[in-house]
Design a protein around this ligand. Structure first.
Ligand SMILES: [Zn+2]
Ligand SMILES: [Zn+2]
Length: 256
């Protein structure tokens, strides 16, 4: 049984065939998924999906790329949504220095506000990091994010950074890149970090694992991520599936 901790089934890429995509996920053994909303329209769509499917949960937050669009009333809206029984985390939030739509200081401010909100509503946080590792770790420390913990989503950093995040009460979530032949760091992290601190995800429709690299990703492929971790760790696939699923239930406080 698998738990995909990061899906964007709320993306327009699934407008035509979401039923089939969900069916294939269930057939592949994906028991539960967290739909991540990161701006007004995607949060709205995530809320619709969790009403419709009992095995879908949502995380709501503001993406760093769009930090510049976030208004004061949006933080109030996130706080309201945090009370929904199927909203299990806040995010994705963080820093993204690859795109320059939102200035760094605006990204940092929006990130800090969301961590403060998470502490207030007592929900874990999902962190998006692109080319901003040092600043992210610094802000998590300064804001005392350890209190709520959460997920370093689609982690692509070093073993050292992964250990530092685990020490701060964060899970390391591996996605499609761990299956890429040239992805040295995610493979090292998969070997080094204990299974008790790992989660799996697709981040679909992005970052499809090998052999679907470059194609539209979907939750059924999270199985390939679990298989790759099992191979790298020299463990049974069933054990990787079971423990990463247990970890996700624990973090999101979802009863089985
Ligand atoms: Zn992300
Ligand atoms: Zn995402």
């Amino acid at each position: 049984m698998l738990f995909d901790t990061h899906v964007h089934l709320n993306a327009e890429q699934y407008n035509e065939d979401i039923e089939e995509v969900i069916e294939r996920a269930r057939a592949a053994g994906v028991e539960t998924m967290v739909v991540v909303g990161f701006d007004r329209p995607t949060i709205q769509k995530a809320l619709e999906l969790i009403e419709k499917y009992e095995f879908l949960y949502a995380s709501v937050g503001w993406h760093p790329v769009d930090a510049i669009d976030m208004e004061e009333e949006d933080i109030a809206w996130l706080e309201e949504l945090a009370a929904h029984p199927k909203v299990v985390a806040l995010g994705e939030m963080g820093l993204d220095y690859h795109w320059d739509k939102s200035p760094k200081d605006v990204q940092k401010e929006v990130f800090r506000k969301q961590i403060q909100l998470a502490k207030k509503v007592k929900l874990p946080i999902i962190i998006h990091n692109r080319e901003a590792t040092q600043d992210i770790v610094e802000i998590l420390k300064e804001e005392g994010a350890e209190e709520v913990g959460g997920i370093m989503h689609c982690f692509s950093g070093s073993v050292e950074t992964a250990r530092e995040c685990v020490a701060m009460n964060f899970y390391i979530s591996l996605g499609g890149p761990v299956t890429f032949k040239n992805a040295k760091k995610p493979k090292e992290v998969a070997v080094d970090i204990p299974l008790d601190n790992l989660l799996i995800e697709t981040d679909c429709p992005y970052l499809a694992p090998h052999p679907y690299r470059g194609k539209r990703n979907e939750p059924a492929y999270v199985k390939l991520v679990a298989e790759q971790i099992a191979e790298l760790k020299g463990m049974d696939y069933e054990e990787v599936a079971r423990i990463t699923t247990e970890n996700a239930h624990k973090l999101f406080s979802i009863e089985r």
